[in-house]
Write a protein that binds this ligand. Structure first.
Ligand SMILES: Nc1ncnc2c1ncn2[C@@H]1O[C@H](COP(=O)(O)OP(=O)(O)OP(=O)(O)O)[C@@H](O)[C@H]1O
Ligand SMILES: [Mg+2]
Length: 281
């Protein structure tokens, strides 16, 4: 919060038009505190509609990178460009309005499920809310609740599982339909029951927009257009799953480890997917 107060909008700040979703980091360095550089000369270029997966050890700077896009902090040097506008010269509201964030700790309120989904768009029609919930694979479990979309969450209301909470948060983001999406999902609890549904929900969420994802989920990483591996605030490797696997460097090692631990879940989910396919055939 203190840091956010240091962010100053220029008096002549421009209102961003509707974005395409082109995001560029040009030699970005950043530190939260003096003399402790966190990001060092980070450069990348993300085309509209691409999905980028950010990987790296804890503390390597993944969350920091995504905090700079909505300009929660200012870079120490270098530039962040969104559709060729420096984020420093635009109205914060016009920038942040077009960026959807699904955070590490999903934030749901003690309100009804309907209100939680429509949190950023209170004027949303019921049809829109249901469409978003369906795409987020949340409609089925919501409908199964006694009061459906009017069920209250929180202390005296219903309790949702981690995977269900995540899908409500995805429905909320889908309803807002932002051009740029940020998903910080480092602590994703992987559970066999809902993995297939979550994969489907994520696919809907990432489609047709520029997305930055921090995740351990092998299926999401493998499908990313670009993978960036960070090491102590620097880009250690970047490329696609195929090029980085061939390289047999850090990504290769990270991937092997993730794949091994997620193997039973991946197999159960793909079995589930082929069963569903048979059902519909
Ligand atoms: N608000 C802050 N003030 C000062 N230092 C911070 C702040 N947030 C993060 N840091 C430091 O910046 C570095 C990078 O943190 P960051 O949260 O970006 O890592 P991360 O890659 O997202 O890690 P994780 O996988 O654990 O989420 C760490 O050394 C961390 O201690
Ligand atoms: Mg993080």
């Amino acid at each position: 919060m203190d840091a956010e107060r240091q962010i100053k909008e220029k008096p002549d700040a421009l209102t961003l038009p509707k974005l395409e979703g082109h995001v560029k980091f040009e030699n970005v360095s950043f530190s939260y505190e003096k003399r402790r550089p966190i990001l060092k000369n980070v450069t990348f270029d993300v085309k509209p509609g691409e999905t980028v997966a950010l990987l790296g050890a804890t503390g390597s700077g993944k969350s920091t990178i995504i905090r700079l896009i909505p300009r929660f902090y200012d870079v120490s040097s270098g530039k962040i460009m969104v559709d060729n506008y420096d984020v420093k010269v635009v109205k914060l509201k016009s920038l942040r309005n077009q960026i959807g964030i699904v955070a590490q700790e999903t934030f749901l309120f003690s309100m009804t499920i309907k209100q939680n989904i429509a949190y950023g768009k209170p004027e949303a029609k019921m049809e829109e809310i249901i469409a978003a919930a369906k795409a987020a694979k949340a409609h089925e479990f919501i409908s199964a609740l006694q009061s459906g979309y009017d069920s209250r969450l929180g202390e005296r209301g219903v309790t949702l599982s981690g995977g269900q909470r995540q899908r409500v948060a995805i429905a909320r983001a889908l309803l807002l339909n932002p051009r740029i999406l940020i998903l910080d999902d480092s602590t994703s609890s992987v559970d066999v029951e809902t993995e297939y549904e979550i994969q489907q929900a994520l696919r809907a969420l990432l489609k047709n927009r520029t997305a930055f994802v921090i995740t351990q989920r092998v299926s999401t990483i493998r499908n990313a257009d670009k993978i960036i591996v960070l090491e102590k605030g620097k880009i250690a490797e970047d490329g696609t799953h195929e090029t980085l696997m061939e390289k047999k460097g850090i990504y290769y090692q990270i991937y092997q480890t993730l794949y091994e631990t997620q193997k039973p879940i991946i197999e159960a989910a793909s079995e589930r997917a082929s069963l569903k396919k048979e059902e519909t055939e």
